[in-house]
Ligand binder design. Structure first.
Ligand code: ADP
Ligand code: MG
Length: 701
């Protein structure tokens, strides 16, 4: 059998059955192709020897030639460490070992020339390298060193089976000799020329054995581009075939309901961003194509109004529309808001949630089926099979993250022609992530807040300064304002969290005693009715303080509330903190957000607090969030079904390449939506293969 990328790794020179087994179980490397795409995680600069006097903190992995002057052992037992003082005549640095001390002190000799490799770090005024690689210096053998040497990650098990980073490098060397025979270009020639890319065989050789930094960069760029490009092309191709296959409901007119609402009921003028987005949506709805649009807008940017006006267009065209919210509280609130906004306009609005009474439900079902009910507002309850519409034309999903892909699919089946879908999210995500997660959706952004909003003043206090916070609360309450105090609720220790909340409620009730102050509590364990009562007391202004868990995270709108106190803020993620903060700052008065944390904070938590204090911009916060957590851990990405296993490209670092790749993919799809032109046959073949791989992977796991 001819050797190719799928040949078993066992047959590579230097591998054999035993190593093959290790590579498979430890690194998931089964084939030659797997190894070829097992990329280094860094490179050591072996182009020069650095002098100790030249070393600075920002250098990459470097090499230094010198001699060990003396050894020193400090500490006892497990804390024992060995330091070697290493000199090259220009200075002295320290080499430090925490493990394998015996072996090191036996095999390394003072006053012999060694080359040490590693990343030097400044530690109490001196540079040191922890666990350096050390080799005897051989002045005649410098040719053997490539300028940049690839370093691969390994595991303990691999190392004990004598497969270390060097072994993998050696295997890569054996493999790279086969590249001309086994690697086939995966991009069409015209594209390589247009984008000025390195060819695939060249890129794969240079990623493992770069001759220079600039060739390495070119190789990386090629491989990153390709990863992003195929992901985007796949999505855009899917989108274009969907358009070809699926008819959209045509909302041809903007009629009386919309116009009457616009001229008589709209309580304020729309922001420029709201107008732009409504125009974008209107264009989609009239196009004959089925709309799939994501609407991103920071908390308080006025998405509800955009949703409502879109739904009115549906009504004007004799279609029904629904809006689905993630919680009952939010569904109720939407229902009230929308009913208020629609006063005097003949549109029937229904509410359907888990607590809708059976009799009402039956009535509602029949009104929906007959078409008498125009707009339905609800929770998950409205996608149950028993709910049948007469002619559902538009579905609005509020707060996207909480709905899974499966639920979205269910909605599609509610009509002959699938309804238009508008997904709204108040958790801004970085552009690069949006393109990857929702690459097959159109994206609209409301990037402007209604006029008159004052930025929220955010401060970070440690627990010990609680009295200052109480002072701020008193002062604001005296001015007639209201306060939220939020506690984290994290499932693993639900009991403890609940205790925290109730303790907090007690201590606040003591600091703010009735009858002068009224405090309510809201949490997930309360019966819906109790919850509603508390919410109502707060919304109507009768209660001054609401102590709550994150049930209030989504959607609650009490413009008179001006203080948000977040307890144990270090336990919240950035996007959650930003969401919570968005509950205040909705009225004309200046608002405050107080982040309370313990004294000892991890670097990451500190960065989160600093970010919150320094900016109110949800998109900026989302960028930092992605840098801290990585795109795969961002809220909403797990359920998305989108794989984040880019091998080399990074959503947080390679945004420009991504945008470029998307543009190129888009150009291709615009010219050739079905990829039928012969110059694009490679592309078609590869995205079909990509889709296939995804399916078979899905079946395995
Ligand atoms: P979100 O985008 O978070 O869902 P909402 O739709 O709840 O925001 O709107 C937040 C508040 O801003 C509401 O009280 C709403 O009435 C108000 N609002 C919306 N649009 C405007 C506007 N153009 N001018 C003034 N206030 C507005
Ligand atoms: Mg909202």
């Amino acid at each position: 059998m001819a050797t190719n990328l799928s040949t078993d790794i066992m047959y590579l020179a230097g591998v054999g059955p035993k190593r093959a087994e290790l590579l498979k179980t430890e690194l998931g490397i089964y084939t030659l192709g797997d190894l070829l795409y097992y990329f280094p995680f860094r490179y050591v600069d072996k182009s020069k020897f650095y002098k100790i006097s030249e070393i600075s903190d920002d250098l990459p992995y470097i090499q230094v030639v010198g001699k060990i002057v003396r050894f020193q052992e400090v500490g006892v037992g497990r804390k024992k460490r060995l330091t070697a003082f290493f000199s090259d005549g220009t200075g002295v640095m320290e080499l430090v070992w925490f493990k394998g001390l015996k072996w090191v002190s036996k095999s390394l000799k003072p006053n012999v020339n060694y080359v040490v490799f590693g990343k030097a770090a400044l530690f109490s005024g001196k540079y040191s390298i922890v666990h350096p690689e050390v080799e005897p210096f051989n002045p005649n053998a410098t040719n053997e060193y490539v300028p940049l040497q690839a370093v691969y990650s390994t595991t303990e098990k691999l190392k004990s089976g004598y497969v270390n980073a060097k072994t993998i490098l050696k295997l890569q060397q054996n493999l790279s000799a086969l590249i001309p025979d086994i690697v086939v270009e995966t991009l069409p020639a015209y594209l390589i020329e247009k984008v000025k890319l390195m060819t695939l065989p060249e890129a794969l050789r240079n990623i493992h054995f770069p001759i220079s930094t600039s060739l390495l960069k070119k190789a990386q760029a090629r491989l990153k581009f390709e990863e992003f490009f195929y992901a985007q092309l796949g999505m855009l191709h899917r989108k274009s075939t969907r358009y070809l296959k699926v008819n959209g409901n045509v909302f041809a007119v903007v009629g009386d309901t919309f116009n009457k609402f616009y001229s008589q009921n709209l309580p304020f003028s729309l922001t420029g961003a709201q107008k732009r987005v409504i125009r974008e949506i209107r264009r989609d709805l009239g196009s004959g194509k089925q709309m799939n649009r994501l609407l991103q807008g920071d908390v308080g940017s006025g998405k509800t109004l955009v949703a409502l006006m879109s739904m009115l267009i549906a009504v004007d065209n004799d279609y029904q529309a629904c809006i689905m919210a993630p919680t009952e509280i939010l569904a109720n609130q939407h229902f009230e808001t929308i009913q208020n906004l629609l006063k005097g306009i003949e549109v029937n609005v229904g509410l359907l949630t888990g607590s809708t009474k059976r009799s009402e439900r039956v009535e509602l079902h029949s009104q929906l089926e007959s078409g008498q009910m125009h707009l339905l507002i609800g929770t998950h309850a409205l996608i149950e099979d028993t709910v049948k519409f007469n002619n559902l034309g538009l579905v609005v999903i509020d707060e996207q993250q909480r709905f899974g892909v499966a639920q979205r699919a269910k909605l599609w089946k509610k009509n002959v022609n699938p309804p238009h879908v508008l997904v709204m999210t108040a958790t801004p995500i970085p552009r690069t992530l949006a393109m990857t997660l929702y690459g097959d959706l159109e994206i609209s952004v409301i990037d402007e807040l209604p006029p008159g909003r004052k930025p929220i003043k955010t401060t970070h206090f440690t627990d010990r300064k609680r009295n200052l916070v109480f002072g701020l609360m008193r002062e604001q309450i005296k001015q007639g304002r209201q306060v939220y105090v939020v506690y984290p609720l994290i499932n693993e220790s639900e009991k403890l969290d609940y205790k925290d909340l109730m303790d907090g409620y007690d201590s606040i009730s003591r600091a703010f005693p009735p009858p002068e102050y009224a405090t309510v509590v809201v949490h997930g364990k309360m019966k819906p009715q109790e919850k509603d009562e508390s919410m109502q007391l707060f919304a109507s202004g009768q209660a001054h303080i609401m102590v709550a868990t994150t049930v209030i995270e989504v959607g609650v709108n009490v413009p008179n509330a001006t203080v948000m106190v977040i307890e144990s803020a270090e336990r919240f993620g950035l996007s959650q903190l930003h969401q919570l903060r968005g509950r205040v700052g909705r009225g004309a008065d200046e608002s405050h957000c107080v982040l309370l944390t313990g004294v000892k904070l991890s670097n990451e938590s500190r960065r989160r607090m600093q970010t919150m204090v320094s900016t109110n911009d949800g998109f900026e916060i989302a960028e930092v969030d992605m840098q801290i957590r990585g795109p795969g851990d961002m809220e909403g990405t797990q359920q998305s079904g989108v794989p984040f296993d880019f091998k080399i490209a990074s959503l947080s670092k390679d945004g420009q390449i991504l945008q470029y790749a998307r543009r190129i993919a888009n150009d291709i799809i615009e010219e050739d939506g079905t990829l039928s032109l012969s110059k694009n046959s490679v592309l078609k073949h590869n995205i079909e293969k990509q889709a296939q791989d995804k399916i078979s992977f899905g079946q395995i796991s």
